[in-house]
Design a protein around this ligand. Structure first.
Ligand code: NA7
Length: 532
């Protein structure tokens, strides 16, 4: 360690939802902590994804921190589903309330983190300086590295090129412009209805259609808010007992054991009220292909009812199991295709031949002023494998994960002592309400660090056996569902040279039970104070 290297108990990478709360916890434990954030603002996902229409598809009353009763009582959301800017405002409020901002190093980017086996300390190098720390905590998010696919001729485009995941701060002027958007995932489904209002023409280049459920968004119902706030902790507890950690619509009813007419009538009600919870409307939608098909077909019929042009409606109908790709929630998405200025181009029938200086060539030449890539993320692992994280024997995490990411509980990785990931691969993360899942991990990490200190342990590391067995369980559970049946970012299929492995743990209650069991057994599967 040189004089210029400041030593910390913990360095947290990222000042989004997880980094902020992790910092709050460790600061309150009296640890010396540094937060490093690449952007000049906090907020993570909500800072980067500023495209028009960006909105959380988890209800506002659920997508909020629960760690502080005063905070959850004092904050009021204006809508049932919050728009990106309001969530950013909330996160800034949290940072101000708990005095977090002054300790965040903004506009600093981590390049490398290296474990020193002699000192058992991490050296964290950024574009500005080097730090030494005992614990290195990656709060880098599951969807933070944009996927920028190779599209022929893209570099020759001379108009404005945007990506939904790195949207500029300044308001974009679409009025009277010809705009193309590539990709039809959640981001695109949210932004298309907004952009379509202003543009001369909007060309939507679709590779795979998506299922989407109307958000039925609206102003926050004050009675509902009061009811929830009156019993917030019970409400959170109840939600945590549901498979995806969300308020559920129904009990354990199965489509396979129900009268079909009743199911359809229930679906009608759910379609008009639910958003994402539509998927949990019946317990067998995620696990029984025939029941799944009933739900899928219901949504396809809705698309055909909404979209007037039959050919367009047919192209918008997904063929795979509903939920196989992340289910989307929208505000008038399918309706937008009834506008005369919106055109759907099916890339399966006519792939993009080339992007020219002012046009895209597919089945014809589309002249455009603006091109939006809504092509998603290198999900779940991208933020970690895009850095050089060097563990024991200088093994690089990106090499260790070449054949597929393996982690113990989504919290620790063998060969990487004293390194924690928040909502890492192998945890419910993206298949749950991220807020409580983040809080669960942050609380666990803070407790673990406290326990280590009380028990005179200085180094923690998960074993390879525990990690292998854990990922086997992750895959065993996933194989019992429809989630592995489709190419998706859940299994790395959206990134060309990425190993194909299913990464989220399905089932919040089962995960919680296992996490608690392992912790109660003095962190079974982790070893402490291991020297080389
Ligand atoms: P997604 O859901 O990964 O969507 C990306 C879209 O981009 C999807 O429709 C892809 O089609 C499409 N895509 C990706 N690469 C290409 C190429 N090369 N050519 C054409 N189309 C392409 O990302 P989002 O940002 O929309 O949403 C991510 C999550 O954020 C979302 O699920 C929520 O959890 C929040 P494909 O399906 O691969 O055929």
């Amino acid at each position: 360690m040189t004089d210029e290297e400041t030593k910390y108990d913990a360095v947290i990478v990222g000042a989004g939802v997880s980094g902020l709360f992790m910092f709050y916890k460790l600061k309150n434990m009296g640890l010396s902590v540094l937060v490093i954030e690449k952007s000049d603002e906090l907020g993570g996902t909500w800072n980067w994804n500023r495209y028009p229409g960006a909105r959380c598809d988890i209800p506002s009353l659920e997508y909020s921190y629960q760690f502080d009763e005063e905070l959850q009582q004092e904050w009021s959301w204006s809508e049932k589903y919050s728009a990106g800017p309001e969530i950013l405002e909330y996160l800034n409020h949290v940072a101000d309330k708990f005095d977090l901002k002054d300790y965040i190093n903004f506009e600093e980017e981590v390049i490398q983190a290296k474990f020193n086996e002699d000192s058992c300390l991490w050296s964290v190098s950024t574009n500005k300086q080097k730090y030494v720390t005992k614990f290195c905590i990656f709060a880098t998010g599951c969807l933070s590295i944009p996927n920028k696919p190779e599209i022929p001729g893209l570099e020759s485009f001379e108009g404005e090129l945007l990506h939904t995941a790195t949207w500029p701060r300044e308001e974009q002027n679409f009025r009277g412009k010809n705009v193309a958007i590539i990709g039809t995932g959640s981001s695109s489904i949210q932004t298309i209805p907004e952009i379509a209002k202003d543009v001369k023409n909007l060309y939507v280049f679709q590779r795979t259609p998506n299922y989407s459920i109307p958000s039925n968004n609206g102003p926050m119902d004050k009675d509902v808010e009061a009811q929830v706030k009156g019993r917030y902790s019970e409400f959170r507890k109840e939600n945590s007992l549901n498979g995806f950690g969300l308020a559920s619509l129904s009990d354990e009813a199965l489509i396979s054991e129900s009268d079909l007419e009743e199911v359809i009538s229930q679906f009608e009600e759910n379609w008009n009220t639910s958003g994402l919870a539509f998927f949990g409307g019946y317990a067998d939608i995620p696990v029984d292909v025939d029941s799944n098909e009933v739900a899928a077909n219901f949504v396809r019929n809705k698309i055909k009812e909404i979209v007037s042009d039959e050919e367009t409606a047919e192209k918008l109908c997904p063929k795979y199991h509903i939920g196989g790709k992340r289910l989307c929630v929208d505000t008038g998405y399918f309706q937008t295709f009834n506008r005369e200025n919106v055109h759907l181009i099916d890339l399966h029938a006519s792939p993009i031949e080339n992007v020219n200086s002012n046009s895209i060539e597919a089945d014809q030449d589309y002249e455009i002023d603006i091109l939006i890539l809504a092509t998603g993320f290198d999900a779940m692992t991208g933020a970690l494998t895009s850095l050089d994280i060097l563990g024991r024997n200088e093994v690089n995490l990106k090499d260790q994960w070449k054949e597929g990411a393996k982690s113990y509980l989504g919290l620790g990785v063998s060969n990487f002592p004293n390194l924690f990931t928040i909502t890492g691969p192998g945890s419910p993360s993206v298949l749950s309400n991220m807020m409580p899942s983040i809080e669960q991990h942050v609380n666990w990490i803070a407790d673990c660090i406290g326990w280590m200190s009380e028990n005179n342990k200085s180094v923690i590391e998960s074993t390879k056996t525990a990690e292998d067995e854990w990922m086997e369980l992750v895959n065993e559970i996933a194989d019992m569902t429809i989630f592995t049946s489709t190419q998706s970012w859940y299994n790395g299929s959206n990134i060309e040279d990425k190993a194909k492995a299913f990464l989220p743990f399905i089932g919040v209650p089962v995960y919680t039970e296992k996490l608690e069991e392992i912790t109660a057994a003095e962190y079974q599967g982790f070893i402490f104070d291991k020297s080389n």
